[in-house]
Write a protein that binds this ligand. Structure first.
Ligand code: IMP
Length: 189
């Protein structure tokens, strides 16, 4: 079954298709001719996921889903949250975001954080949402080179290494996106 995943992020594509399995063929934004950045103007992850999925549906009429993820840090009142991609700069500068996060947390004892992913699925024009969460803590320095984004700083609960020190399979099994996609699969099936 073909379904559009509203992303061009190769890491996300690989993570999600591994969880969805071979029954589903994921089609990217580029493959359906959407080359512009979809405006993420929502104030919440839920709104942004919905905006992206509806944008694709309205232009292609194809079943699709979109995700929006945020890192929510307790001592920073939930920041960077919906602004996770553009925390330090206007672009997706992962290194600058990680530097800013470390500096904002300097001297703070509470380093608890969570990743939250919201997925909006639009099928036949009908929309529904699922969510996945993983709790953890922010490390004092970056470790590992797998994954992307805040992975080198995020230590999931029950583990002593960061997401960036895990294989894709290990991360998928416990990650926010892995959990949200597992919920998505329940609906699709
Ligand atoms: P997006 O809205 O899903 O693209 O995610 C927003 C930002 O959150 C990304 O630019 C990354 O900085 C961060 N992010 C999303 N998912 C992950 C992840 O699995 N690991 C680390 N950082 C992530």
């Amino acid at each position: 079954m073909k379904i559009v995943f509203a992303t061009n992020n190769a890491h996300k594509l690989a993570e999600v298709s591994a969880v969805l399995g071979s029954e589903y063929e994921l089609v990217t934004l580029r493959e359906v001719g959407i080359t512009e950045d979809i405006p993420e103007t929502g104030a919440t992850l839920d709104e942004n996921a919905s905006i992206k999925a509806r944008y694709v549906w309205e232009r292609t009429g194809l079943d699709c889903f979109a995700d929006d993820t945020g890192l929510e840090v307790e001592a920073l009142n939930g920041a960077p949250g919906v602004r996770s991609a553009r925390y330090a700069t206007d672009g997706h500068d992962f290194a600058a975001n990680n530097r800013k996060l470390l500096s904002e947390l300097e001297g703070k004892e509470n380093r608890r954080a969570r990743f939250r992913t919201v997925i909006s699925l639009v099928r036949g024009g009908e929309e529904c949402q699922v969510e996945g969460v993983v709790n953890g803590t922010i490390a004092h320095e970056e470790s590992g080179c797998e994954g992307f984004g805040y992975d080198p700083l995020f230590i999931p609960e029950g583990s002593d290494c960061t997401f960036a020190e895990m294989t894709a399979e290990q991360k998928n099994a416990i990650s926010h996106r892995g959990r949200a996609v597992a919920e998505l699969v329940k609906i699709l099936k």
